[in-house]
Design a protein around this ligand. Structure first.
Ligand code: NIG
Ligand code: FE
Length: 350
């Protein structure tokens, strides 16, 4: 194949998404544009619980149909591997339904799919004032089932005020590890709780978000080699603080970029758009943004031996981009520059 006029690079690895969901949250988007915050909307029963209602009343077939559409679009935008979290079911049957949907998609679709169990994404209405009861449900029933049926190799928790605190997160990650699942953590998204330090203590594959990470947290991640997965689209979409990417990189943290694609906090699956925001609002260089979306993102999924760079022995996940040089990927934004995608050595036809 003649690639003379193209920029050739490894496929993007989107290491943090909530791609399986039902419905949309465009009404919340309009409410935010009128001045309400993400937290205010969540405390009025919207937010994650809004999508939970829609997912609970959807069949696997329906979930697969919408997800397929998003996965195809993602691949066209250059992502050849994507991580997808559960977390819109929040009870045994619906969390398993989500993970089985992800597993089936992974068998049927060309794009590489890595599932993550996120039963601790929000408190379901049934356990509204009984967080200990829900943690018991996760630790006693959900995690053992997920491990036994090999539905996920990762266990994630949304560690945040009003969701799961450090104590609950530690209890869930401990049980996950005992059952062979590697920790991941939604940490320091809305407030500096110490989630980064917790992720380091559990040798997590990644700590994600980190908009409010402290200096101590940064050093904890660097010391333990935990990948910091930054999600610029969330800060952009919710008008929140940006994660201190520069400080993290300068302190020796391996930084990855991901979309967080979900209906609430980032309705975009474009990795190049995340690169643009990282370069314009987070002081990352175009080169750092590329490494963060490929090799470091693969490391966040503990897959850097197989994907994330073009090397002999790795999978041939390759993009052909119609741009004058690699800097245009972040520089010329709002346009899809991906001309061809090669997945596992096969040239895809769109
Ligand atoms: O990563 N932070 C928690 N979870 C998602 C938001 C999910 C939603 O709003 O539906 C996130 O931003
Ligand atoms: Fe997330």
């Amino acid at each position: 194949m003649e690639c003379g006029e193209y920029v050739v690079m490894p496929g993007f690895v989107d290491s943090h998404t909530h791609l399986v969901f039902a419905g949309g949250r465009d009404e919340e988007f309009a409410m935010r544009s009128a001045g309400l915050t993400y937290q205010e909307i969540a405390s009025q029963g919207g937010g994650i619980l809004n999508t939970v209602k829609a997912v609970r009343s959807s069949t696997k077939k329906e979930l697969k149909k919408t997800s397929r559409k998003y996965l195809a679009a993602m691949l066209r935008h250059g992502s050849t591997t994507v991580e997808i979290k559960s977390g819109y079911g929040l009870d045994m049957d619906n969390e398993v339904k989500m993970l089985e949907t992800i597993a089936e998609l992974s068998k049927e679709e060309v794009i590489g799919i890595i599932p993550t169990f996120l039963g601790a994404h929000a408190l379901p209405p049934e356990f509204k004032s009984d967080i200990d009861g829900y943690v018991r449900e996760i630790n006693g029933r959900m995690l053992p089932y997920v491990a036994e049926h090999k539905l996920s190799r990762f266990c994630d928790v949304f560690c945040e005020n009003g969701y799961f605190g450090l104590r609950e997160a530690a209890s869930i990650l401990t049980q996950g590890q005992a059952l062979g699942l590697t920790a991941k953590l939604h940490a320091e998204e809305l407030s500096p709780l110490g989630g980064a330090e917790l992720a380091a203590r559990f040798h997590a594959a990644s700590a994600d978000h980190l908009e409010h990470i402290t200096e101590r947290g940064i050093h904890a991640l660097a010391a333990e080699g935990v990948v910091g997965v930054l999600l610029p689209g969330v800060s952009f979409f919710l008008n929140h603080k940006f994660a201190p990417a520069r400080d993290m990189i300068d302190a020796g943290v391996a930084v990855a970029l991901a979309t967080d694609f979900n209906p609430g906090s980032c309705m975009s699956y474009s990795i190049p758009l995340m690169m643009t925001i990282a370069c314009t609002h987070m002081q990352m260089t175009p080169e750092e943004a590329i490494v963060a979306s490929t090799l470091n993102a693969a490391a966040a999924l503990q897959m850097s031996d197989h994907i994330g760079s073009l090397e002999v022995g790795k999978r041939a996940d390759i993009l052909l981009l119609q741009i004058p040089n690699y800097r245009y990927l972040a520089y010329h934004f709002g346009e899809n520059h991906v001309d061809r995608v090669i997945k596992d050595g096969v040239v895809l036809e769109f």
